[in-house]
Design a protein around this ligand. Structure first.
Ligand code: NAD
Length: 270
């Protein structure tokens, strides 16, 4: 099977060879690996990060002002339409080489857990089997009053162009975590447990400023994990990483996995 968006695998010219060698040998002997991912890992699929300029119709809105319970209470139609736009954008995208490389690495190491702040579901689509979603999933909806997941097909359309809960009539909202809201307890507990038991911890495409996700690498490090950051830019987590790989995840990850697995066809064969 061919892999979409698979770039030529570049060298990592800025990374001393002994560093990559020590990372590769750690990965070859690792029992447990965790990859914490953020919006940057989906950037090469064409999904903009919050820090990127938004496009077209939505360019004048600040995402941090739309992804809040207050914004939904003030103007539910505006927030709902923004998420419908993001859903349409997501439907038109595919996982990129970074997502596929992580899925391939998951088949090589005894246990690889992806902990993602992304809500796009692209890790699962690429074939990663253990994915902890810290911030929910864009495709699901829930009742804004009862907080329970509601299937879209069972919802009642409203005159305003929204959907209402078939049980209580409250508006449906996306089942994602908004700024100012608590993370799902189960996902968070699993994330902390995995982070404190792993041998290698990747920090990929996250600005490392949204808590509590940003604390996971610190817990992992304290528990003895080897920290590897992949990001074209410096972040507050760069200082605690054992290895920093300055580059795009869609380029750096396949290069690492190629060296760990030895054959690129393993990735392409997903
Ligand atoms: P962020 O927007 O704060 O930071 C993105 C990071 O990715 C930056 O540090 C940037 O330098 C890096 N980056 C950009 N391109 C990259 C690439 N090709 N490879 C590797 N790194 C790259 O994102 P965040 O840290 O995830 O936090 C913001 C919040 O935004 C999260 O809560 C997340 O739920 C939400 N969000 C999700 C999506 C999605 O699901 N795809 C998209 C936008 C925002």
């Amino acid at each position: 099977m061919s892999m979409p968006n698979m770039p030529n695998v570049p060298n990592m010219p800025n990374v001393p060879k002994r560093i990559t060698q020590s990372l590769i040998s750690r990965l070859r002997s690792a029992q447990r690996v965790v990859a914490l991912t953020g919006a940057g890992v989906s950037a090469e699929s064409g999904i903009p990060t919050f820090r990127d300029a938004q496009t077209g119709l939505w360019a004048k809105y600040d995402p941090t002002q739309l992804a809040t319970p207050e914004a939904f209470a003030r103007n539910p139609k505006l927030v709902w339409d923004w998420y419908e736009w993001r859903r349409a954008l997501r439907r038109d995208t595919q996982p990129n080489a970074g997502h596929y490389a992580l899925a391939a690495l998951g088949k090589r190491v005894p246990r690889l857990v992806v902990i993602t702040q992304n809500i796009d579901g692209l890790h699962q689509l690429a074939g990663s089997s253990v994915v902890i979603e810290l911030h929910g999933n864009l495709q699901r909806n829930k009742c804004s009053r009862e907080n329970i997941v509601i299937e879209r097909a069972t919802a009642r359309p409203t005159d305003e162009g929204l959907l209402a809960c078939p049980r209580c009539g409250a508006y449906l909202r996306p089942d994602v975590v908004w700024f100012g809201e608590a993370l799902p307890r189960d996902a968070l507990e699993r994330a902390f447990a995995e982070s404190t038991q792993c041998d290698v911890f990747f920090i990929i495409g996250t600005s490392g400023v949204v808590e509590p996700a940003a604390s996971l690498p610190r817990y992992a490090k304290r528990a003895g994990a080897f920290l590897v950051e992949i990001n074209p830019e410096e972040t507050p987590l760069s200082a605690i990483a054992d290895v920093v790989l300055r580059g795009k995840s869609g380029e750096v990850l396949p290069e690492i996995v190629k060296r760990v697995v030895g054959q690129m066809k393993v990735i392409c064969g997903l």
